[in-house]
Design a protein around this ligand. Structure first.
Ligand code: URA
Length: 381
């Protein structure tokens, strides 16, 4: 028997952690509207406070997955891979990584997200390309992968729709920062496309979503353990976000940085994280790719070519893509150090918030100003 919302919440009020059947009931109630916002908010807070055991996290993930379509794209492409980043500042990795691996004949499907707080999202960055669209149905995605080895999407209502409602409520109830809820939310969308392997780029440091390294490690372990438990290959890298990953942060600016990277002028830290993830993703699906192959994909121009052809196939304006023009904001302000010295610490989160507050991020309902950018010239040390 499916427990009613009242019975579930009555038990949770006693401080008992939610059971798998209660988790499934709440997610089903989120999807079919039979649980109210108040009931779901109370449920989410109970999970955030008391946590979930491994069986309940698995059930949360599966129930969210079952609320939408399952595409099973790896049935035709057994080396199909995806990666998820927990987000940071100047994290341009996805834009470079996708075409790079595709150019090495490793197919990549990426479900990307929008910016959140001080971090920017790949979905928003790609929307700065005129005409490009990110909501596509399964047949179109299969065609993109067959032709270009690359499909970059945003989470559509078809994929894990229960997560849409729960995520919006988590935002309102301060329950975003909960490892079991983050795990179910990320995995349900990623598993829905059916990539054969998933690599998680879990950021640590003061610009990360989870600043405490121990928490970041726990999240990475939970993601990998849950994913493997559901029969999907997975691994995680913990990467540093104690300074912006690249010199440029901002939507248009990061597209410029992407073209620079695909033309062989990538910034060292950005390229180091991108290569490490690419090598890991390819190995995970049994099609190992070495650094030399990645370098060749860039030096030969293949990776750039894949980006342009793929972007055209997803609606990007071909004339614009033939000679991309990016306009940065017309007003420039330089902030200089008052004296010479060694850079010992960067408040990365505050830099991300500054960029967002200047119009270059998603802090409220206002549209993003794609041209707003932040350039940090000095690196730690
Ligand atoms: N990204 C997601 O998709 N879900 C979360 O809960 C956090 C980050």
């Amino acid at each position: 028997m499916i427990p009613t919302p009242f019975r579930v919440l009555d038990r949770l009020r006693e401080g008992r952690p939610p059971r798998p059947d209660e988790v499934r009931a709440a997610v089903a109630g989120a999807a079919d509207g039979s649980w109210s916002d108040a009931q779901l908010g109370a449920f989410l807070m109970a999970v955030a406070i008391h946590g979930l055991d491994a069986a309940a996290v698995r059930e949360l993930t599966l129930a969210m997955l079952d609320s939408g379509e399952r595409w099973d794209l790896a049935a035709d492409l057994p080396t199909l891979t995806d990666k998820h980043s927990t987000g940071g500042v100047a994290d341009t990795v996805s834009l470079v990584l996708g075409p790079l691996l595709a150019a090495c004949d490793v197919p990549v499907v990426m479900v990307t997200g929008r910016g959140l707080g001080h971090t920017m999202g790949t979905t928003d960055k790609l929307e700065a390309i005129p005409g490009l669209t990110l909501e596509h149905e399964r047949p179109a995605v299969a065609r993109l992968l067959a032709r270009h080895r690359l499909a970059i999407l945003t989470s559509t209502p078809a994929l894990a729709p229960a997560d849409r409602r729960l995520y919006a409520l988590r935002d309102q109830t301060a329950t975003i920062r909960s490892i079991p809820l983050i795990t179910g939310s990320i995995l349900s969308k990623k598993l829905a496309t059916g990539a054969a392997g998933l690599v998680f780029d879990v950021k640590t440091g003061n610009g990360a979503f989870l600043t405490d390294p121990a928490q970041a490690r726990r999240l990475s372990e939970k993601l990998v353990e849950t994913c493997r438990g559901l029969g999907r290959a997975a691994s995680a890298l913990l990467t540093d976000m104690s300074q912006p990953l690249g010199e440029w942060a901002g939507h248009t600016a990061e597209l410029l940085a992407t073209f620079d990277a695909l033309e062989g002028r990538g910034e060292p830290d950005l390229m180091a994280v991108t290569s490490a993830l690419a090598v890991e993703m390819a190995a995970l699906v049994g099609r190992p790719v070495g650094e030399a192959e990645l370098e060749d994909a860039i030096a030969s121009g293949r990776a750039r070519e894949v980006f342009v052809r793929w972007a055209e196939a997803q609606g990007g304006d071909p004339r614009w893509l033939a000679s991309p023009r990016f306009e940065l904001a017309p007003v420039e302000t330089a902030i200089e150090a008052p004296r010479a010295g060694v850079l010992a610490r960067v408040d990365t989160r505050q830099l991300g918030l500054l960029l967002a507050e200047a119009g270059g991020g998603r802090l409220g309902p206002e549209p993003i100003d794609f041209g707003v950018a932040l350039r940090t010239r000095a690196r730690l040390g």
